[in-house]
Each structure stands twice: as C-alpha cells, then as structure tokens.
Design a protein around this ligand. Sequence first.
Ligand code: 5GP
Ligand code: ZN
Length: 116
Amino acid sequence: MTDCLFCKIVSGDVDADVVMRTPGTVAFKDINPAAPVHVLVVPRRHIENAAFVEPEHAPEVAELLTSARAVAEMEGIASEERGYRLVFNVGPDALNSVPHLHLHVIGGRKMTWPPG
Ligand code: 5GP
Ligand code: ZN
C-alpha cells in the first residue's frame, strides 16, 4: 500500500524508533506512548486490521506474537512478576486510527481493567 503510514515505516520512507525487525514483522516505539513501554508490532505485509485476518495470514500473526514476546523480554517486562498487555484495536469505537494491522505491546506500569 503506497499511502499507508505503517507500510512507509516498514519500508523506511517514514522514520520510527525501530526496536526489532524479523523476516515478517517490524516493531517500533509508539509516538504517543500510553505507558513506559509502548511498542507497536506490525506485519511487513499490509493487512487492514485484525478483522481482515484470514487463515493464510497465520504465519504472520504467529510472528506478531513471538515478536511481541521478544520485545517484552528486551524491555524487561516479561518476567512472572511484571507482565504486559497486548492489544489489537478494530474500528472507531476501539479508537483504531491507523489502518495497518498492529499489535500494541504495553507495559512498565500496573494496568487498569476494564480499559477506558
Ligand atoms: P490504533 O489506535 O490504530 O490502535 O493505534 C495507532 C497507534 O499508532 C497510536 O497509539 C499512535 O500513537 C501511533 N502512531 C500514529 N502515528 C504514528 C507515527 O507516525 N509513528 C509512530 N511511531 N506511532 C504512530
Ligand atoms: Zn500498510
């Protein structure tokens, strides 16, 4: 997708604070962090959002999760005493603002539930 912000971050056309790259994913710091650790993990291939995921995307979705775990380990929040939240937003009610699938990795502070 030529006009997609996260495709441009994947290609390097738009700058981001990239913390990890894997063959199928790129992870970068959220520009407006909601917590001390807030990283977005995106598939290199453009997928609109989690509601557009089909069985053919299974390898990339698994890679999103393994990359998210690796990011959490790297950021020091993966221990049994800490932990983190993984979020996919879908649509306006969830405040989904960028139409390229991204997994939020949020942590470094005690979360509240339910989310606002
Ligand atoms: P959504 O609300 O769609 O689930 O999440 C989109 C996220 O992308 C938001 O948390 C927002 O702060 C982040 N974001 C939007 N534009 C940029 C950008 O240009 N660079 C980075 N690193 N994050 C962005
Ligand atoms: Zn895209």
